[in-house]
Design a protein around this ligand. Structure first.
Ligand code: IMP
Ligand code: MG
Length: 188
């Protein structure tokens, strides 16, 4: 694996690049199977910014035709604790939602607020169907009841970075998922 100056801030690696590849292939095979033969469009909806790396890998691993789109929401401030509110920063502007089977592509589910809010929002706006696919799931942290349809890997209740996930906009480019050292965010 290539080395990076940011590696020193990582307490332990939870998923290597190889383990991520295997998880993406497994999830893609399930999605291919579940959506094959549909006449509606499969729209992969990437939730910016954290999901962008997973989105790129997932769309390449799928063999069924897809379209892609993007929304940007924020629920975290700049730290490691959720703010509890979901703000839509970039909305989805499409006239064909009634023909779209939307698959929301998310980096990680923590409290569950972002995805429970978004699935309801897209359904109310007339999507043909809405499902969710997350690379990582932290089920121990739920404050609202939410079960994703597709999960790459379950992770413990720790703050993780890499493979698109950030702390204060850093670490997104790491090719693995790791636990961030507490000293990085507890020093203030
Ligand atoms: P939720 O609404 O609490 O489920 O929060 C989901 C969002 O919080 C994700 O899309 C991430 O942007 C962010 N998040 C939650 N846990 C982590 C983490 O461990 N590392 C980095 N970002 C996280
Ligand atoms: Mg984030």
């Amino acid at each position: 694996m290539r080395e990076c100056v940011l590696d020193k801030d990582i307490e332990k690696v939870l998923l290597t690049g190889e383990q991520i590849d295997a998880a993406v292939k497994r999830v893609a095979a399930q999605i291919d199977e579940d959506y094959k033969g549909r006449t509606t469009k499969l729209l992969l909806l990437c939730i910016l910014k954290g999901s962008v790396v997973f989105m790129g890998d997932l769309m390449k691993a799928l063999s069924i035709p897809t379209e892609i789109d993007f929304m940007k929401v924020s629920s975290y401030g700049s730290g490691t604790e959720t703010s509890g509110r979901v703000n839509i920063i970039l909305d989805l502007h499409r006239k064909d939602l009634a023909d779209c089977d939307i698959l929301i592509v998310e980096d990680i589910i923590d409290s569950g607020r972002t995805l429970s809010y978004l699935t309801e929002y897209l359904a109310i706006n007339g999507a043909h169907s809405v499902r969710t696919c997350t690379m990582l799931d932290k089920p121990d942290r739920r404050t609202v009841k939410f079960v994703p349809d597709y999960v790459g890997a379950v992770v413990p209740d720790e703050f993780v970075v890499g493979y698109g996930l950030d702390y204060d906009e850093k670490y997104r480019s790491l090719p693995y998922v790791g636990v961030l050292k507490r000293s990085v965010y507890e020093k203030e």
